[in-house]
Design a protein around this ligand. Structure first.
Ligand code: SF4
Length: 283
């Protein structure tokens, strides 16, 4: 059996920074709370919980120290933390902070904003809170018509289009092309910012490259992780035998044994330990 492991597999810069800083803090302080999972990976989260981290769903449950996770939170959450006198350790990834700054700047300049991303994703929920009232989220091409109707009623003729950091590059490009075709009005100024982060883009490129070469693709990562799910969808386009697992325990050994060439990639919040354990089992 030949095994090809993606070079990009595993923690990205933002996740690695968030996990390392949290681990450091847990060594010196007690009562550390994190609003939502620090990163979208059950194994990493459980490991941090075993070291003393408490995950909360509401900022009011926090006592003393609160960690802001890698994919950011809403503007109101910072206000609430201040009101509650909490000590905040902000681990929002710089790529997400950059998007918050862009949308605030464009909103102040009078732009209408279309954020391309998944409505329920914590990053999108956070980012949209910085966009002001003239903004909307687009998740699929099919929604464009309805969203444009709302945009036209605003009477604004400047539009900013940007993406969630972990969105699919291909889907984003398709939505932007369709959007421009449907607008087809020279009086409307459209500015597009390519805000999908490099960590996401490179992992997606590598997923399609490896998937074309192998008989089976194993994608390791959280099933609630946006970037891991994108990797799975991309791999499936080029390798119909693509499977998504969180840990080695989900691997059906008999099934995998049937294949000669195995490709392995992992989401940006998957630990090296999880990747190594899958490779070890295959070997
Ligand atoms: S996936 Fe991108 S935006 Fe998210 S934490 Fe990693 S580097 Fe930052």
């Amino acid at each position: 059996m030949e095994i090809i492991v993606g070079k990009t597999a595993g923690f990205c810069f933002g996740v690695s920074n968030a996990v390392n800083k949290t681990e450091e803090l847990l060594k010196t302080k007690k009562n550390i709370f994190c609003l939502g999972e620090l990163v979208h990976n059950k194994q990493v989260t459980n490991d941090l919980i075993s070291k003393g981290l408490t995950i909360i769903n509401n900022i009011e449950e926090a006592k003393q120290n609160v960690i802001i996770r890698a994919h950011g939170v809403t503007k109101e959450t910072y206000d609430k933390a201040k009101e509650l006198n909490l000590e905040v350790l902000d681990l929002t990834c710089p790529k997400v902070l950059k998007i918050h700054n862009i949308v605030e700047e464009y909103s102040n300049k009078g732009y209408y904003i279309f954020l391309i991303g998944q409505k329920e994703h914590p990053e999108v929920i956070g980012t949209i809170s910085y966009c002001g009232k003239n903004a909307d989220i687009i998740e699929k091409k099919e929604e464009i018509k309805e969203k444009l109707k709302k945009f036209y009623t605003s009477n604004i003729n400047k539009l900013l289009v940007l993406a969630q950091t972990t969105f699919s590059v291909e889907k984003f490009n398709n939505i932007v092309t369709e959007l421009k075709e449907q607008i087809n009005n020279k009086n409307i100024e459209i500015e597009v910012k390519k805000t999908i982060c490099d960590a996401t883009r490179l992992r997606q490129e590598e997923a399609s490259k490896i998937a074309k070469l192998v008989d089976i693709m194993i994608i390791i990562g959280g099933k609630n992780s946006s970037n891991t799910n994108k990797l799975y969808q991309i791999s499936k386009q080029y390798c119909k035998n693509s499977i998504l697992i969180e840990t080695k325990d989900e691997l059906d050994k008999e099934y995998v044994k049937k294949f000669q060439k195995v490709g392995i990639i992992a989401g940006a919040s998957t630990s090296q330990k999880s990747i190594d354990s899958v490779v070890e089992m295959l070997n």
